[in-house]
Design a protein around this ligand. Structure first.
Ligand code: 13P
Ligand code: 13P
Ligand code: MG
Ligand code: MG
Length: 368
């Protein structure tokens, strides 16, 4: 891809079956996905790719010149997920095909179960990109770090020091219940932004732009599996792409937002609040009470469409204290057992199996 031409980064993910339970991913399926994407690269469908997994989620990272929401790219991802699901069924892996909610491909994977984050941009002289992938949490989990990265000068020194960031950033926020979105401009609309995105189950930051030139700088997946399926079928473990440096937050400023193990929805049965623990790739195997929730960060330098990397960004002892704190918080939260606020509030349990339990008790209630 020569300089000046737009490239697209597509991250498309799905849970095609867990090994063992929901904790991790079987290597045979990783190999299968790599082989299929290798064939697609030979045919020129993608420029480059990287296959990785976080917990039980298969993550396809692709670069190409076809733009966002492209049928060929989405169909490729869908076909890989269905092939891996077949292999997962043979091994009787847990929840095989869990995130594939439709039978046949319909032109886009959006609304079919997989999570999607895509952005199209002209490659800069140097293009550092970090791809965040989480397991045992849900869409909306990126609201807090996105605010810190692009809106909080106590996190991002560049907002104060770098004149090219002085105008601030615009946040595109989706109301998942009403299916409407709003663009808010920071710093001047910071309070309005926080009023919305603090409610992480309803309002989700979908993308962030640099205000002065509308340059795209972050995109997040916002699929809600429960809404699509109408029942609990696993959580919508989200992904996010962030561009860094040269008038955008530095790599270290982007990562700094994860130094606090904030509470997210997910964990056991997708029904509990727990701390988000940043881990190196090899530690993304949530086992204690199916958690606590994990996030990994894959760093790439993009060179003419090639994905140079990944570098394992959380494989750094400077995140040890964060992980330690996450374990303390996990222990503290666990002691609440089935009580809120460890267990999610009732409205968030709507798509789980809890309403069936409560339904059985309905006829036994008497007037008080
Ligand atoms: P850039 O402005 O060149 O991205 O550098 C910022 C920096 O030095 C980060 O530590
Ligand atoms: P996943 O969404 O990662 O499949 O986890 C589901 C679950 O129920 C964990 O306890
Ligand atoms: Mg699973
Ligand atoms: Mg998962």
């Amino acid at each position: 891809m020569p300089n000046g031409k737009k490239i697209t980064i597509s991250v498309i993910k799905a849970d095609v079956g867990g090994f063992v339970g929901h904790s991790s991913f079987h290597p045979a399926l990783l190999d299968m996905a790599k082989e299929k994407l290798g064939n697609a690269k030979d045919k020129g469908i993608v420029a480059d790719f990287h296959v990785i997994r976080c917990g039980d989620d298969l993550e396809l990272i692709m670069s190409h010149d076809k733009g966002c929401d492209n049928k060929a790219i989405h169909e490729l991802a869908w076909n890989i997920f269905t092939a891996c699901t077949e292999a997962a069924k043979e091994l009787k892996l847990y929840g095989a095909g869990q995130d594939l909610l439709k039978d046949a491909f319909t032109g886009t994977v959006k609304g079919m179960g997989p999570g999607v984050a895509e952005m199209e941009f002209v490659e800069r002289k140097s293009e550092p990109v970090i791809i965040f992938m989480a397991d045992k949490t849900s869409s909306g989990a990126w609201n807090l770090p996105l605010y810190k990265i692009f809106g909080d000068p106590f996190n991002t020194a560049g907002l104060v020091i770098d004149p090219s960031m002085a105008d601030g950033f615009c946040f595109n926020v989706l109301d998942v219940k009403e299916d409407k979105s709003i663009m808010l401009s920071c710093p001047e609309e910071t309070y309005c932004l926080l009023a919305l995105i603090g409610a992480t189950s309803r309002y989700m930051v979908t993308s962030v732009y640099r205000k002065k030139d509308k340059e795209i700088t972050a995109v997040a997946s916002t699929e809600r599996l429960g809404f699509i399926a109408g029942k609990y079928v696993g959580k919508d473990d989200p992904v996010m792409i962030v561009r860094c440096q040269s008038g955008l937050p530095a790599v270290g400023e982007v990562l700094e937002a994860f130094s606090f193990p904030y509470l997210v929805r997910g964990w056991m049965r997708g029904s509990h609040n727990g701390p988000l623990m940043p881990v190196p790739f090899y530690e993304a195997n949530p086992t204690r009470f199916d958690g606590p929730p994990r996030v990994i960060a894959a760093g790439f330098q993009i060179a003419n469409g090639r994905l140079i990397g990944p570098h394992d960004m959380f494989d750094d002892p400077s995140f040890d204290e964060t992980r330690k704190k996450a374990n303390h918080v996990a222990e503290y939260m666990r002691r609440h057992g089935p009580f809120e606020p460890h267990r999610l509030p009732l409205e968030d349990m709507e798509y789980t199996t809890l309403p069936h339990v409560l339904g059985k008790l309905k006829h036994r209630f008497e007037k008080h």
